[in-house]
Design a protein around this ligand. Sequence first.
Ligand code: HH2
Length: 288
Amino acid sequence: MKMQIGARLFDGPGPFVMGIVNATPDSFSDGGLFLDAGAAIAQALRLADEGADLVDVGGESTRPGAAPVPDDEELGRVVPVIAALRARGFPLPISIDTRKAAVARAALDAGADLVNDVSGLADPSLARVVAEAGAPIVLMHSRGTPEDMQRRAVYGDVVQEVAAELEQALGRAAAAGIPRERTILDPGLGFAKTAEHNLVLLARLGELRALGRPILVGPSRKSFIGRIAGSAAPGDRLPGTLAAVTAAVVAGAELVRVHDVAAARQAALVAAAIRDATRASSAAPAPG
Ligand code: HH2
């Protein structure tokens, strides 16, 4: 990928690691830990020390069944964190994880560099904010809202349908004036997906590369890992997360979104080295 995000040029195949800062009371794996602005700021600094390439700050849980959060409440959770990080010279690009135009605008004004939209631009006013700011955007695939998305997890071929719906999201972006070069695509593991859908998307992730944009994948601690592992609690899902990160990077993901940055970074680097060795050795001429 080649994309300017804030002060940093992301150039090359990666992998790049996005560290998660959930300033929420109810996120599925770390809800309440970083609701306090001071704790969220400390977490962002810790993830930077662990080797994150950017951090993603969110103020609304989008786990299945989560109720929406009013604009001012979400704003009040994320804007002080972003402003304080910028005031102290935080060196990394900051992404704002929101579906809401007002939150995105305030976060970009406070110093965020990228918008991470789990609704894939369901709201045209968010598209306008991103276009006006000239910011890059992550378009994640989902259907419906966190409240009803699991009822919509019905697909013929999940990979083809996700690809087609991501292409529609790219169309919404283009219509609002966001150029394709400023987009990153994400299949949205766990969003209107069953555990089986997540596995098929990971296994066939390479097919999404035909859309011609960098791919971000967010498997971190998600429930399909607990399901496969036989009920590991969210905090005990790091080994399974690393397996999913490895598979995603080998299949061509340029970015991974994770809670456990140091461990995921190591897994992603080794996975990328294996991916590159595969490409190099299959490109080499046969001996003799
Ligand atoms: N997953 C979550 C939130 N935002 N953004 C992208 N681009 N991709 C994802 O897979 C993704 C995302 C859900 O995880 P988390 O933030 O840990 O939980 P919660 O929504 O409960 O805050």
